[in-house]
Design a protein around this ligand. Structure first.
Ligand code: PMP
Length: 396
């Protein structure tokens, strides 16, 4: 049987592949520490779970409107006003089965064959693959650890052509943790003002995991707001990855396009999860803040541990829950058995020798780096990094 050529155009997520390899090793009895995955290791807050239980008891068991229940879309608008001082109406909101689906919706709604989508490196693995599914072209802007893994306005200007359809970025960034401040976003907005053919896709899913201050959205700049698509969701900020609720805020025209796609792909997402989502977005953020405080403690400890290891250049992430060190000084080395050619080899070596799973930087468009999550308990993080240090010391 011949499967479609579409399947050959894109790769499976490297993050999920590494987690699977880790699980396989664990099934063989090996004590594997998972620093590969991108989800909070916390339980969903109690009041959100109660709202879901109530929704089941109230028989919210039928198909839902394609763009989401009105009360949830209103709750998203309330949240955007409360947290971001942004004005949106419910018809501008499309609720989806996770921010991942929202990204697929927006790219498929916008991008035609060979149109360019500009993405600064490093970027979340799924971005480039979704652009390929949409038959668009990825145009990378290479950043570096020295530049804080952020693209400057000049670099973005230089990357834009008449064929550019969209600019796609996350702030806080997965994997680098980079956070664009208001001045940097204002400079980018000035560039986009000069290029009206460009839609700005702003992935803000790590909004609440920010170590440097208030979250800033590029949608705050009125001149370009109508061309910004905010992508967000409940997975990270509310420890709700399995509930599958994402959303976008955009112009009505883009929202209608996404709704049309979603109407054929998935319909409206789970009714119970949506009702829980209303509770998440309209009640207090204390559990979210406590989670962010715990991530702050872990980040501090991880950086202490990593900075003890020679040849690892690691910046202090401003947001999200990953570190993304440059480990290229280990390329070309060997422990006598395994030769380390690149970041993929290094991740496999760390998995097989230290029994710690991570994700190679190449998957994020940054081949010198490796991503390690700190969404794991402090004891596990400490144990993991002692083992990594030991494994790396054997490479000569
Ligand atoms: N964007 C980024 C940057 C992410 O890291 C993730 C999850 N790893 C998502 C979007 C998707 O989140 P979800 O589909 O769970 O809402």
């Amino acid at each position: 049987m011949q499967l479609s050529s579409l399947l050959e155009r894109f790769a499976e997520p490297e993050t999920l592949k590494m987690a699977k390899l880790g699980r396989e090793l664990r099934a063989k009895g090996v004590d594997v520490i998972d620093l590969s995955l991108g989800e909070p290791d916390f339980d969903t807050p109690e009041h959100i779970k109660q709202a879901a239980i109530q929704a089941i008891n109230d028989n919210w068991s039928h198909y839902t409107p394609v763009p989401g229940f009105l009360d949830l879309r209103e709750a998203v608008c309330t949240k955007l006003k409360r947290d971001n001082n942004l004005d949106y109406k419910p018809e501008q909101i499309v609720v989806s089965t996770g921010a991942k689906q929202s990204l697929a919706n927006v790219l498929l709604a916008l991008v035609d064959e060979n149109e360019e989508v500009v993405i600064p490196t490093p970027y979340w693995v799924t971005y480039s693959e979704l652009v390929k599914i949409a038959r668009g072209k990825v145009v990378e802007i290479r950043t570096s650890v020295e530049k804080g893994f952020k693209a400057t306005a000049e670099e973005v200007e230089a990357a834009i052509t008449p064929n550019t359809k969209a600019f796609l970025f996350s702030s806080p960034c997965n994997p680098s943790g980079a956070v664009y401040n208001k001045e940097e976003l204002a400079a980018l907005a000035q560039v986009f003002k000069r290029h009206p053919q460009v839609t700005i896709i702003s992935d803000e899913i790590y909004e609440y995991i920010n170590y440097v201050g208030d979250h800033e959205s590029i949608a705050q700049f009125e001149d370009i707001k109508d061309r910004v698509v905010i992508v967000n969701g409940l997975s990270k900020g509310f420890a709700m990855t399995g509930w599958r609720i994402g959303y976008t805020a955009s112009s009505v025209a883009i929202a209608k396009g996404m709704e049309k796609l979603q109407g054929q792909f998935t319909s409206g997402t789970c009714s119970i999860a949506q009702k829980a989502g209303v509770a998440a977005l309209t009640t207090d953020l204390k559990p979210t803040q406590e989670m962010a405080e715990e991530f702050t403690r872990r980040k501090k400890r991880v950086l202490e541990l990593v900075n003890e290891i020679p040849g690892v250049i690691c910046s202090d992430p401003d947001g999200a829950f990953y570190i993304f060190p440059d480990m290229s000084s280990y390329f070309g080395k060997t422990d006598g058995e395994t030769f380390i050619k690149d970041s993929a080899d290094l991740c496999m070596y760390i998995l097989n020798t230290a029994h710690v799973s991570s994700v190679m930087g190449a998957a994020f468009g940054e081949p010198n780096c490796v991503r390690f999550s700190f969404a794991n308990s402090l004891p596990n993080i400490e144990k993991g990094w002692v083992r990594i240090k030991d494994a790396l010391s054997k490479l000569k």
